[in-house]
Design a protein around this ligand. Structure first.
Ligand code: PGA
Length: 246
């Protein structure tokens, strides 16, 4: 049995006061029967590191630079994230692909940089509504994942993959368990062709996962956890999803 991972993606939300309350609510609910992480805005990494130190709740960032250092104003390197104790970094979230024109190759380069600094990349893939309706879901997610597999080579087994259908993100329109499982199975098969570790890899589902739909999604054989946006901002909701995961 793969251990499940529930990771919160706070996106651009939070304040010192709100984060303190949220983190306290999460740590107070321990222990969890699954891996739990919060991916917070970069300025709050040190707050998360202090609040979560000594607990088994992990923390991470939502993006990183593909470069090690240099004249890249506004960028944050993976080595910097590592100094804040980050375990994870999300790469290739659809909001980055959409609003910051991130290509498959850039996402792959970021994933590679993350692994090189000892962070686990949470690599997001997912199709838009138009792509799903055009029957291109498989083509799109395979193309996105294949760029990362190619870049990571024999380390591909060390990433976490998150399937996030773009049409389900923040919309309340969750994928059905069958729709999600079908894509997760495709991704697992693709990983199997690339790495002997595919069976042990965590493939998360993300897109309007909430306390009331988490259990049925997490019961699918290839859904190994969740990447949680909106519902990760309320401790009670996030904790309820962690409970559903184990
Ligand atoms: P959502 O976001 O749970 O608010 O749909 C998920 C994500 O974007 O990671």
């Amino acid at each position: 049995m793969r251990r499940k991972l529930v990771a919160g993606n706070w996106k651009m939300h939070g304040s010192h006061a709100a984060n303190a309350e949220l983190l306290a609510g999460i740590t107070a609910a321990r222990p969890f029967g699954c891996d739990v992480a919060v991916c917070v805005p970069t300025p709050y990494l040190s707050q998360a590191a202090v609040a979560l130190a000594g607990s088994d709740v992990r923390w991470g960032a939502q993006d990183c630079s593909a470069h090690a250092q240099g004249a890249y104003t506004g960028e944050v390197s993976v080595a910097m994230l590592a100094e804040f104790g980050c375990r994870y970094v999300i790469v290739g979230h659809s909001e980055r692909r959409q609003y910051h024109a991130e290509t498959d190759q850039l996402v792959a380069d970021k994933a590679k940089a993350a692994l090189a600094s000892g962070l686990t990349p949470i690599v997001c893939v997912g199709e838009t509504l138009a792509q799903r309706e055009a029957g291109e879901t498989e083509l799109v997610v395979k193309r996105q994942l294949s760029a990362v597999i190619h870049a990571l080579g024999h380390c591909a087994g060390e990433m976490v993959v998150a399937y996030e259908p773009v049409w389900a993100i923040g919309t309340g329109q969750v994928a059905t368990p069958e729709q999600a499982q079908a894509v997760h199975a495709l991704l697992r098969a693709q990983l199997k062709a690339a790495t002997p570790h595919a069976e042990a890899m965590q493939i998360l589902y993300g897109g309007s996962m909430k306390p009331d739909n988490a259990a049925v999604l997490l019961a699918q054989p290839d859904i190994d956890g969740g990447l949680i946006g909106g519902a990760s901002l309320k401790a009670a909701d996030f904790v309820a999803i962690c409970r559903a995961a184990g």
